[in-house]
Design a protein around this ligand. Structure first.
Ligand SMILES: NC(=O)c1ccc[n+]([C@@H]2O[C@H](COP(=O)([O-])OP(=O)(O)OC[C@H]3O[C@@H](n4cnc5c(N)ncnc54)[C@H](OP(=O)(O)O)[C@@H]3O)[C@@H](O)[C@H]2O)c1
Length: 311
């Protein structure tokens, strides 16, 4: 199995190392500035386990190099906004026959890929683990990519190869399973999470400040986002919006730090500062889709205005 990881940041390294551990020949496609790191090898560690050094089988920076080889699987591990750049159609044209695995959370990312790849080759994945460059600010320790799978939350896959993809990832240690509708689950999940992240940033990445002043605004925006996702997918979000109560979200912000093996405020600040353009794009997309359908978007617009003013 010849596998290509596109974008070897935190998720690309963790998934790549896991697939290699499961027996695949895994290469990376990275920007030129990341080549020295890729050639050195990636120190990747599941929290609580020993560090392993993953050396990719090949390191590529040009699409022409990819076209000269055969690929079975191509995992797209960039953030969502990168999919709108010109490299994507060129890369997909260079890997004919490969199964594509799309992991980004954007509401229209699947449709974007379908412009270049037939549905028979496209799989969707939902990332459920937490992965980060360690040490985080304020921590000591070696430089490595650390990851932790929250309990009872396997990575999800949907598509023609979903069963095989889940088994291959799980073979290397990342809990994973195939399921029916990742686009829907991930869409609703993002609609709940991203407004929370935006509100947390506006609260200075502090849960206590968020609980004191940001929860009603957060919940209103998340409900709006879920209703937009429902309208776009032509499905009812069911009970999910009714769970978005300030006291429930407040409770989650108290419980999550007790379970996670890392300071959640520091991790969330580091991760979502890194993928901030994706957060802004997500909010903008829900607003545009909501306005186009005559749905309320006031709270989403307020969050986006707040983040834009803070930029
Ligand atoms: N890490 C987590 O805990 C986690 C959890 C759930 C979901 N996710 C999602 O997974 C996705 C990736 O997250 P991440 O933490 O792995 O982000 P990341 O560390 O920033 O990794 C993304 C990588 O893609 C690279 N990239 C972007 N465009 C590229 C291109 N045209 N060619 C080659 N490489 C390119 C980036 O390079 P540059 O840095 O040079 O731009 C970066 O190395 C995001 O959508 C995120 O929301 C992450």
């Amino acid at each position: 199995m010849k596998t290509l990881i596109v974008g070897a940041g935190a998720v690309g390294q963790i998934y790549g190392a896991s697939l290699a551990k499961g027996g695949q020949e895994v290469s990376v496609y990275v920007r030129p500035r990341w080549v020295p790191l890729a050639l050195e090898g990636y120190p990747v560690r599941r929290h609580g386990a020993a560090t392993g050094l993953w050396r990719p089988a090949g390191v590529f920076t040009r699409v022409e190099e990819l076209a000269a080889r055969r690929w079975d699987r191509v995992w797209i591990c960039t953030a969502s906004p990168a999919l709108r750049e010109p490299w994507l159609p060129e890369l997909l044209a260079a890997v004919p026959g490969a199964s594509i695995v799309l992991l980004t959370p954007g509401l229209h990312d699947r449709e974007l890929l379908l412009e270049h790849v037939p549905a028979a080759r496209l799989n969707l994945g939902m990332i459920t683990l937490m992965g980060w460059s360690s040490p985080l600010p304020g921590e000591q320790g070696p430089k490595e990519t650390l990851w932790w799978p929250p309990p009872l939350s396997p990575a999800l896959f949907e598509g023609p190869e979903a069963e095989a993809l889940a088994a291959e990832l799980a073979a290397g240690g990342v809990p994973a399973k195939a399921t029916a509708d990742v686009a829907w689950t991930a869409g609703l999940g993002s609609a709940g999470l991203i407004p929370a992240i935006a509100a947390l940033e506006l609260a200075g990445w502090r849960f206590d400040t968020l609980r004191a002043e940001g929860l009603p605004r957060l919940c209103a925006a998340a409900v709006e986002a879920m209703n937009v996702v429902g309208a776009v997918r032509g499905k009812s979000p069911g009970l999910a919006p009714s769970l978005l109560r300030p006291w429930i979200v407040g409770l989650i912000t108290r419980l999550a730090p007790l379970v996670a093996p890392v300071n959640m405020e520091v991790y969330l600040c580091a991760h979502f500062s890194k993928v901030r353009p994706q957060t802004l794009a997500g909010l903008s997309t829900w607003i545009e889709d909501g306005e186009a359908r005559g749905l309320p978007t006031t709270a989403l617009r307020e969050l986006l205005r707040g983040l834009s003013a803070a930029s």
